[in-house]
Design a protein around this ligand. Structure first.
Ligand code: NAG
Ligand code: NAG
Length: 504
């Protein structure tokens, strides 16, 4: 061809131009990837196998804690238990989860477990799905919400406990072999419990969002119970710790104001009904929100969670024009909480938990998703990646980056507690001891015959010491609510991407 040569020349110039472009792009990409990797430990959008593996381990604890007739049971040493729970009152309370190493079903922490699990799913479903943990999370959540709805058979009746803790603690056997009486405890108009009723409302409202796309019928059933329970909690105000003083020895509630605000927030997201926002911005908000005063997120104190959850509205906007002024108080308080958590902040405080790390991660993702660059803490400012780094350090500590070089998540890593305070795990599955003659397994010096995979133990003392002994309940007893916050924390770390601006 005549044009051959010229064509070739043009072409080769073209190749050369492209070559330069490719080199430049390559250098830029390398720089971006390198700084990203340095900042976050892994690349955007890629899945961290470390946190993915840890999440897969942590999620299994909920299967271990399930009561009732098990479906697709994956735990070889677990079986059906507590099938008659609730029968004396003609309600089916067989499902739900044992709260810790014993066989009590305590509604207050169980509902909190469900609320946190819902929250984690709503923020991080994409992350969970990337490591096949979304369905297990939803299954575990439903196991609790099925129970909570059955525990609410009438407008103003909520069963808040199954089992007698004094009798239960006199036994050491497997849940499958329980023979003790399983008395029921309720709140009602003469024994109100706004804290436990509102927490249950929060659990059911948040779960209604989780199940909205997969089962609209189930979702609206959850929402109906949630709204009804909120009315009950609001109408008959009182703390269950005052109405039923016996609960103080186990899950003592220091007040119900936080649960009222927390439940109203979840109900707002679930319904978009601004009357729920009026609760948090109106006189209940003014009375109970403790604006400006950071506290620690726990099964008793929902305020830090409420502050962070409501800061979503300041970050991502609102459909209607509600009282934005007071809403911003929640965000300001959430910022103060973050400033307390960041180790290098001028307002840093000492104690930190997995629950605060989960909040820090969620807040950092709100900042990132809304392209908020800075968090001002007194004289210093911090970036979302500072918060993420803090959250990651807490997770890493739990997973073995600690002076004991031990993973406090059972089943993760090569060194983890062997004497977890957990009846089912401590007794061989083929031994079927009665209430009393199982105590030899508590006292045994041999490690647990069954691995309580996913159990997050109470953890080390403030001097980083951990005594791995079955009778060390303070350090060695796991709980479902601590697992729920860990699941939230690990989910957020699985991959690095934005959170949904609106839950639905
Ligand atoms: C959806 O939820 C309803 C109410 O719990 C239940 O009866 C139905 O079987 C569920 N549907 C599916 C497809 O799971
Ligand atoms: C707890 O267990 C440890 C080790 O198994 C033992 O040395 C200690 O005496 C036990 N303490 C009690 C109070 O039983």
């Amino acid at each position: 061809m005549k044009m051959g040569k010229m064509g070739e020349r043009v072409k080769s110039q073209g190749y050369f131009g492209w070559f330069i472009v490719m080199v430049v792009l390559g250098v830029v990409a390398f720089a971006v990837v390198f700084t990203y990797k340095k900042k976050y430990g892994y690349l955007p959008g890629t899945v961290s196998s470390k946190y993915g593996d840890a999440l897969t381990v942590a999620m299994q604890f909920f299967d271990i804690q399930k009561s009732g007739k098990l479906v697709h049971n994956k735990i070889p040493w677990r079986g059906d238990s507590a099938l008659n729970d609730g029968k004396s009152a003609h309600v089916d309370l067989s499902k739900g989860m044992y709260d810790a190493g014993d066989h009590m079903k305590f509604g207050f922490p169980m509902a909190f477990t469900a609320t946190v699990l819902s929250w984690a799913i709503l923020e991080y479903s994409v992350h969970m799905n990337a490591v096949n943990q979304l369905q297990p999370a939803k299954d575990s959540l439903k196991w609790i919400t099925d129970y909570l709805m059955n525990a609410h058979p009438k407008h103003d009746v909520l069963y808040i406990q199954v089992g007698d803790p004094v009798a239960d603690h006199k036994c050491w056997n497997r849940p499958e072999d329980m023979t003790e009486k399983r008395p029921l405890t309720m709140v009602n108009p003469s024994k109100p419990g706004s804290d436990v009723a509102a927490e249950t409302a929060a659990a059911l409202a948040s779960a209604s969002l989780v199940f909205k796309s997969s089962n609209a019928t189930y979702s609206s059933l959850l929402l109906r119970h949630a709204q009804d329970l909120f009315v009950f909690a609001d109408e008959y105000r009182g703390s269950y710790s005052k109405s039923i003083p016996e609960v103080r020895a186990y899950y003592d509630s220091t007040g119900y104001g936080d649960e009222i605000l927390w439940a109203a927030s979840w109900l707002y997201y679930a319904t978009k009904d601004s009357t729920y926002l009026d609760v948090v911005t109106g006189k209940d908000g003014q009375k109970y929100a403790n604006w400006g005063t950071p506290t620690w997120f726990s099964w008793d104190d929902k305020l830090p969670g409420t502050h962070v959850l409501l800061s979503r509205i300041s970050f991502f906007g609102l459909d209607d024009d509600a009282d934005i002024d007071n809403l911003n108080e929640y965000r300001r308080t959430a910022e103060a909480i973050m400033c307390n958590l960041l180790p290098d902040s001028p307002t840093a405080t000492g104690s930190r938990t997995e629950a605060s790390a989960f909040l820090a991660l969620v807040f950092s993702d709100y900042m990132l998703t809304s392209e908020t660059q800075k968090l001002e803490c007194d004289t210093e400012s911090f970036s979302p990646s500072d918060l993420r780094k803090f959250a990651k350090s807490q997770a890493d500590y739990v997973l073995g980056d600690n002076p004991m070089k031990m993973s406090y998540l059972v089943g993760y890593g090569s060194k983890y507690p062997q004497y977890v305070h957990h009846r089912g795990a401590s007794i061989p599955a083929d031994a079927k001891p009665s209430c009393k003659n199982g105590f030899k397994w508590l006292k045994s010096h041999k490690p647990n015959p069954n691995v309580a995979t996913g159990a997050l133990v109470g953890g080390p003392s403030k001097y980083d010491k951990y005594i791995d002994s079955r009778n060390n309940t303070m350090q060695g007893e796991p709980s479902t609510y601590n697992s729920a916050v860990l699941v939230g924390l690990l989910s957020g770390l699985v991959t690095y991407s934005s959170v949904p601006k609106f839950f639905l």
